[in-house]
Design a protein around this ligand. Structure first.
Ligand SMILES: CC(C)(COP(=O)(O)OP(=O)(O)OC[C@H]1O[C@@H](n2cnc3c(N)ncnc32)[C@H](O)[C@@H]1OP(=O)(O)O)[C@@H](O)C(=O)NCCC(=O)NCCS
Length: 178
């Protein structure tokens, strides 16, 4: 809800909550199956966090069939903001490293469970696997508040996405295998 990029794309608050729920259900139902790998954190039976990764080669090229399935959902969520979202995606694609890597596309922890180490555990799980396989990882940080966490996990800032004026700063971060 308070992510600077989603706040920029969907500025109206009550609509943002409902539309973000639709956005992420569209990611999970239509875009991710067979393409992404999703790690979840559980407390008992409850899923309290998730990380959506795109495995190597990591340069995210949406599959046409998946794009067709996902497009109506994205259009319903973003409506007049679809062009803005496309500008964001194009800039992210241009900045994407060409070297093979794991791409952390989304990560989130239930607000009730934040600041307890769950986000760090979720990301560490996958990046330790990267270390074991000598693979790199990459992410775009849409919130400056998260930079310290990512830096502690071994990601280093490499630049900023080229976005239109008025857009928040989005830092690209690369993690070489340890
Ligand atoms: C980013 C996010 C996934 C981090 O998840 P999290 O579970 O809160 O992460 P952690 O608890 O591992 O670390 C967060 C902070 O809590 C601190 N922390 C961890 N355990 C703690 C504890 N037991 N007591 C107090 N603080 C603690 C960490 O040191 C870290 O501090 P820092 O931000 O100053 O470096 C979560 O804040 C989130 O879902 N945010 C909204 C969505 C989002 O921003 N997604 C990423 C977009 S780039």
């Amino acid at each position: 809800m308070d992510d600077p990029v989603f706040a920029w794309m969907l500025p109206t608050l009550p609509a943002r909550r409902r539309r973000l729920a639709l956005f992420f259900s569209n990611v999970l139902r239509h875009e991710a199956p067979g393409v992404h790998l999703i790690d979840v954190a559980r407390v008992g039976e409850r899923i309290v966090g998730g990380a959506v990764w795109y495995p190597p080669p990591g340069r995210y090229v949406p599959k046409l069939g998946r794009q067709l399935l996902a497009l109506p959902g994205y259009a319903a969520v973003l409506r007049g903001r679809l062009g803005m979202a496309q500008t964001y995606v194009n800039s992210a694609l241009r900045a994407h490293p060409s070297e093979p890597h794991w791409y952390l596309q989304y990560v989130g922890v239930d607000p009730e469970f934040q600041r307890q180490g769950i986000g760090a555990a979720l990301i560490s799980f996958r990046v330790h696997g990267c270390d074991a396989d000598s693979q790199a990882a990459y992410l775009e940080s849409s919130n400056a508040k998260n930079l310290a966490l990512y830096t502690r996990l071994g990601f280093q800032p490499t630049g900023l996405l080229a976005l239109p004026s008025g857009a928040p700063e989005v830092t690209t971060m690369w993690r070489p295998p340890a």
